[in-house]
Write a protein that binds this ligand. Sequence first.
Ligand SMILES: Cc1cc2nc3c(=O)[nH]c(=O)nc-3n(C[C@H](O)[C@H](O)[C@H](O)COP(=O)(O)OP(=O)(O)OC[C@H]3O[C@@H](n4cnc5c(N)ncnc54)[C@H](O)[C@@H]3O)c2cc1C
Length: 617
Amino acid sequence: YPRRLVASKVFLNGRDVEKEYDYIIVGGGTAGLTVADRLTEDGKATVLVVEYGQLSNSASITTVQGGFMGMSDTTLLYDIDSVPQTNLRNRTIAVLAGKVVGGSSAVNAMMTVRGTAEDYDRWGSFFGSKSHWTWQNLLPYFQRALNFVPPDDAVTKSANITYDTSFWGNTSGVYAGWPSFQYPGTSAQVDAFRGIPGMPFVNDSGSGVPGVYWYPTFMDPKLVQRSYARTGHHDRAANRTNYHLVTGSKVTRIILNGTTATGITFVPVGSASGSATNSSSTAVRAKREVILAAGGIHSPQVLQLSGIGARKLLSSANITTVVDLPGVGQNFQDHPMLTASYMYRNFTIHPSPEDLFLNATFSAWAAAVWAANRTGPNSIAIGNAAAWLPFPVISARSSSIASTLASQNHSAYLPPDTDPTVLAGYRAQMLSYATALRNNNTAFCNLVISGGAASGAIVDLHPLSRGTVNINTTDPYNTEPLVDYRALSNPLDAAVMADILRFTRRYHMENPLTAAWRAAEFAPGLDVTTDEQWRAYLEETVSPSEFHPAGTCAMLPRELGGVVDEELRVYGVTGLRVVDASIMPTLPGGNTCQTVYAVAEKAADLIRYGRPDDAER
Ligand SMILES: Cc1cc2nc3c(=O)[nH]c(=O)nc-3n(C[C@H](O)[C@H](O)[C@H](O)COP(=O)(O)OP(=O)(O)OC[C@H]3O[C@@H](n4cnc5c(N)ncnc54)[C@H](O)[C@@H]3O)c2cc1C
């Protein structure tokens, strides 16, 4: 090794890092730390991770109760608002992303789910039948990514939880655990889906099949604390001499020698810089590769600052174009969250989540068992059951919406100056979704089960609109990128969302198995029935983000606006990959963290061993 790589180090100051490493990883988040752990496992390859945030032991990160402490702590989050959303009455939306070692896995709500098999087969389909991006190929990486510890037997029995360990692994340092308590209303509300004909029920959340199911929590079941990329990967690598991490450091540029990535420059966070380098900047050389893992919002920014992106955008920021790659920062997607509010007036199943606030005896008991042995309701994050439903199951007009989607003039829904390759990629995605809207293999609607009297979150799992994340050309080095969800820009999104909300109403209000609970609709109100009324309601209320930014450095063929190839290498550049949520060409029909871990595990193999041969596929 280089002389000073004698002990693993976490550096607070950029001046202390070595001059060169085999691999440099930009961003110590979910994907970055996973890849760093795997690449240093053999004790040989030297790796530097450069992270904007700090190592933090804050209770906001470790606490599982409620699942929201991390996302409420602004010291752990970037401070970004979207541009005003023209279709949402000019509302701006808070863009949440973790700014700490562990990245967004340190602040997320800990819901541990995957998309369906078709979601991952769709990724490969854009490359043709020989692609190694398939559900079958990714399943071993899902298994490597997480350590599944089944729920306690008594809780499993009393709540009727089902699971199947064959879809899981048990070696990772990142845990998929379960709380030691479930509210009895959760099982009742799972069962209530049986009141609607045609509901699919699924045995295990990891099986790749849509339906109603139970899912675990990113939680270390022994410590009853968040399990995330820092605990599962950084802490594991921390005593290796070949692993270095520098915190409080913002990567400003990938150094390119011609079109070969040879290193990076970074500056201390907070130091103003009129360009990629200044007096406080540090340059480090990568002997083998630079791996960009700055997440869906910041990976496109780092590429654009480095001269990799759409020529027109870069020249308006006075950045010399090294590779004209129009897809960088395009194809931006996130899961829209819909707001409808139901309250059961006669919910007689207790204890319920509301009792934690309304029933002093119950909340005292909850506090006591938590204090005694970290058990009880306070070990629940956001809950463990939800419905993930295909479109034909929730809507009678799936076929007509699918036909309209297939025959749309797709280019009308992207920004006017969009590159033809990006348009072609969008069209390919919409045609794939037109097929998926008609079948039962892709989930479009997610209803989270609350277990109590108040209704849970409602999510559109496959938005059709596409946004952009681009550098702010007026001061690209000292500002956050401009985040534009372009919410509802494809008008069919409003129709799909209206049907998701109509179904939500049906589940609560017109379902024999929920009738006795006597739901009241607080929002939008029963007078909202037509598509026009739903659209108006959505314009006022929809949030285009469930904090799952993706797609901005899409893994697609270059002629479909792709930024990286199937080996996650940036087109036109040698020695540079992107590994994070930004490579997803389309969102999976589920919260994104587990998929990011699986992608990172697969990427580590691609980096170490190259493309899998046909026999392994
Ligand atoms: C509030 C919130 C709630 C969520 N809830 C869930 C959930 O319940 N379940 C689920 O599955 N998913 C959830 N997600 C999504 C999931 O956590 C993310 O999709 C996933 O963690 C993204 O991983 P990543 O590696 O792409 O990016 P990140 O984990 O965000 O990592 C990117 C890292 O790069 C660093 N970085 C950025 N720019 C630079 C730079 N220029 N220089 C140096 N470092 C840089 C960042 O600080 C960060 O640490 C949630 C996300 C958020 C924010």
